[in-house]
Design a protein around this ligand. Structure first.
Ligand SMILES: C[S@@+](CC[C@H](N)C(=O)[O-])C[C@H]1O[C@@H](n2cnc3c(N)ncnc32)[C@H](O)[C@@H]1O
Length: 274
């Protein structure tokens, strides 16, 4: 079912409870949930129904529509937060090459769907390994997500040691502390690195609250779930806060073909603002 038909049916008030969920998810996130995901979504939401002692998806939709459920809590049940350190490593290599040429001074880097933080920490780790002036250059590293729960994990910066496997030993020594006692088997990002990153909630579907120039945007593995209209809107808003030569990284199965003419592809899922 297309989103348009979902909206149309919603307006006609003759609508099934799953379609109401589809509509609410689309309204708040731009994510289009297909019929095939029906059982998956039902099983995810059923835990929340039990917590709230509600009997049906329909009652839950009423609850969400009444504003009693935060958008973040609602959407966290349907979004995918999968991520890992140095995912698509070539992006971090390209980032370092770019910044080695242009310098760090005053640069703004934005991880725009940061999930549990592995992406912005991978950026920070790469920068710290390469540049001596990360903390003094005026660099800003922003990391945002729609989901408050994942943002809390990201701010805390604690991970199972196994997740740090893509991080080299010297990078770990520079950036992480090993947990002891109850925290054995965990690692934590060092405080100056946690403090380097400004974490906050941003919904990419809403008008952008960031108005300053952003030199480098990571928008990876999120728009894949959006419809074309929302993608166009998001990349239009990115184009407004980037200038010629600035970079945009997208996910491995994403593309700006027929979505934005403001960017040129300069490498595998790497784009430059025209
Ligand atoms: C699969 S993770 C990608 C994490 C990371 N960028 C990566 O590539 O590894 C997708 C993230 O997008 C977030 N997300 C989904 N819809 C969003 C929206 N409308 N605005 C901001 N973040 C959103 C989810 O909460 C989730 O954490």
């Amino acid at each position: 079912m297309s989103t348009n038909s979902a909206l149309h049916k919603y307006a006609s008030s003759d609508i099934g409870e799953f379609e109401r969920i589809q509509h609410l998810v689309y309204k708040h996130t731009a994510i289009v949930i297909s019929e095939e995901k029906k059982d998956f979504i039902r099983s995810r939401i059923s835990k929340r129904l039990r917590e709230l002692e509600l009997d049906s998806l329909s009652e839950y939709c009423d609850y969400v529509e009444s504003g009693k459920e935060s958008v973040s809590t609602f959407t966290s049940q349907v979004t995918t937060n999968h991520t890992h350190f140095f995912r698509e490593r070539h992006h971090f290599d390209a980032l370092i090459t770019h910044l080695s040429q242009s310098g760090l001074s005053g640069k703004v880097i934005w991880s725009s769907a940061c999930s549990t933080g592995e992406e912005p920490y991978s950026i920070a780790i790469s920068l710290l390994e390469q540049f001596d002036d990360v903390f003094t250059s005026g660099l800003k590293l922003l990391a945002t997500d729609l989901d408050e729960k994942v943002l809390d994990i990201a701010r805390n910066g604690v991970y199972d040691a196994g997740r740090l496997e893509p991080v080299s030993i010297s990078q770990k020594q520079q950036c992480c502390v090993r947990g002891v006692g109850e925290s054995t088997g965990k690692v934590r990002m060092k405080k100056p690195i946690r403090d380097l990153i400004e974490f906050s909630a941003v919904n990419l579907v809403e008008p952008l609250t960031i108005s300053k120039r952003v030199n480098i945007i990571f928008c990876r593995n999120v728009i894949i779930y959006f419809d074309r209209k929302s993608k166009i809107k998001i990349f239009d808003s990115f184009a407004k806060i980037q200038e010629s030569g600035d970079l945009l990284f997208i996910g491995h199965s994403e593309s700006l073909n027929d979505i934005s003419s403001s960017y040129s592809c300069i490498g595998n899922t790497i784009y430059r603002r025209n």
